[in-house]
Design a protein around this ligand. Structure first.
Ligand code: GDP
Ligand code: IMO
Ligand code: MG
Length: 434
């Protein structure tokens, strides 16, 4: 398989894990490179449903190296739960590797995330997953974070914590009115974290990576979240705190951009979003409810109902640009099986002055004035969940997909018609991977 990056091209939950799992069967190495346990990645295989937060979605195959990369933030307790539940299922974890450079989410990060969301004024609540993601990345960037490699020498750790903890305690108490942590408490926790992580920490990652390049091993990069949640390119400030765009695969993995040969975006045949922030094609009506119910659109991590809306080609085209997507995987096409008609947003119109936007306006302050310009497609009114060949899709489904390709300007390489591995159509001419 070509070295391939898989990323969400909407606001997360596009079905990236399903696509990663499918491609992982052909890869030697799978790397999760950003985000943390805010991610909820579902793989349905052999009549079982697996939910991953941190572990790469390739772990279900034997003899694959599955890296949790340097750009991730790790909550050791969540990882421990995930590891234990996979062990119960007899999943082989011998390929699981953790970068010594990944950042650690500490309990105070989770406290701060929860409290800052609870006390945010109207309009400034983000609707985070409350997993401490923002505060962990904030500390990483301000150089007050702990990395996996810091956990293993108690003397060095204590020295670092002396500087960090007094600062954090001041923040906890004075800014948020929260309880402080003692040095003993944190050292004890770090000892526990070290034991959880120790069996998987990969000190010789450079050697492994060099050899992978030399031996032309195939590398699969697994993104979390989605382009529109990117801290630089998404609907800021209603975003996550990492870089889900394709570029994040390289800053977060330890491989440079020139290794990538394909970049596959993943989009649903419609769009969902969890949490706050603009969403021009959102449907607050019975159609939105119908999509939510048929698509089971409730968060994998938090159980929150996902907001739903029609496919937004303006968003898709933006993603193609900022991530250099080479093709798109379109998931959940089956959710439209009973729909009479399906809409696609081709542009935005500013209600105040009639101005048409064909490109994504990045200033979210104007989004409340934007309305979608829609075109309408006839539905196919057929159960497509058992179809395995493109030729066998109903004519109207093919027309819909062709139109999406034209609007996005890139081909569709994978069509997903159900959650199971088997419910997938590969378009061979649009990817060299099949
Ligand atoms: P991710 O975060 O991008 O990996 O996506 P999630 O796992 O959070 O959410 C996608 C959900 O849709 C999961 O429950 C998947 O099992 C399910 N799913 C994936 N592809 C399809 C599909 O083609 N059809 C249907 N009906 N469900 C799908
Ligand atoms: P996967 O990988 C969907 C959203 C949250 C919130 C914003 C910031 O499963 O697609 P955070 O906790 O990251 O600070 O929250 O980002 N969010 C996701 N939405 N899927 C995800 O991950 C998400 N991870 C974060 O809902 O709006
Ligand atoms: Mg998800």
């Amino acid at each position: 398989m070509k070295n391939t990056v898989v990323i969400g091209a909407q606001w997360g939950d596009e079905g990236k894990a399903k696509i990663t799992d499918l491609l992982a069967s052909r890869a030697d190495m799978i790397i999760r490179y950003q985000g943390g346990c805010n991610a909820g990645h579902t793989v349905v295989a052999q009549n079982k449903t697996f939910k991953f937060h941190l572990i790469p979605s390739g772990i279900l195959y034997k003899n694959k190296l599955c890296f949790i990369g340097a750009g991730t933030v790790i909550c050791p307790e969540v990882l421990h739960e995930e590891i234990e539940s996979l062990k119960k299922e007899n999943i082989d974890l011998s390929g699981l590797k953790i970068s010594p450079l990944a950042s650690i989410t500490m309990p105070y990060h989770i406290d701060i995330d929860g409290k800052s969301e609870a006390t945010a004024g109207a309009g400034s609540k983000i609707g985070t997953t409350k997993r401490g993601i923002g505060p962990t990345y904030t500390d990483k960037i301000s150089r007050h974070g702990l990395k996996v490699q810091d956990l293993f020498d108690e003397n060095d750790l204590k020295k670092r914590l002396e500087a960090i903890l007094s600062l954090k305690n001041r923040e906890l108490k004075e800014v948020y009115g929260l309880s402080e942590y003692s040095m003993e408490q944190i050292l004890e926790l770090c000892k526990k974290y070290a034991e959880i992580l120790r069996p998987y920490v990969c000190e010789n990652w450079q050697e492994i990576f060099h050899n992978a390049l030399k031996e032309k091993k195939s590398i699969l990069f697994e993104g979390a979240q989605g382009i529109m949640l990117d801290v630089d390119w998404g609907t800021y400030p209603f975003v996550t705190s990492s870089n889900p765009v394709a570029g994040g695969a390289f800053t977060g993995s330890g491989f440079g951009p020139s290794v990538s040969q394909e970049i596959i975006g993943v989009s649903k045949a419609y769009i969902t979003r969890v949490g706050e922030g603009p969403f021009v094609t959102e449907l607050n009506d019975e159609i939105g409810e119908k999509i939510r119910n048929i698509g089971h659109e409730f968060g994998t991590t938090t159980g929150r109902p996902r907001r739903t809306g029609w496919f937004d080609a303006v968003v898709a085209k933006y993603g193609v640009l900022v991530s250099g997507l080479t093709s798109m995987a379109v998931t959940k096409l089956d959710v439209f099986d009973t729909f009479d008609e399906i809409k696609v947003c081709t542009a935005y119109k500013d209600k105040r002055n009639g101005k048409i936007y064909e490109y994504y306006p990045t200033n979210v302050n104007i989004h409340e004035f934007l309305e979608p310009v829609y075109e309408t497609h006839a539905g196919w009114k057929t159960d497509i969940t058992g179809i395995k060949e493109y030729e066998n899709l109903p004519q109207n489904a093919k027309k819909y997909l062709k139109r999406l390709e034209t609007l996005m300007g890139i081909p569709i390489s994978i069509i997903s018609v159900g959650p199971d591995r088997e419910q997938t159509i590969f378009i061979k001419e649009n990817s060299s991977n099949f």
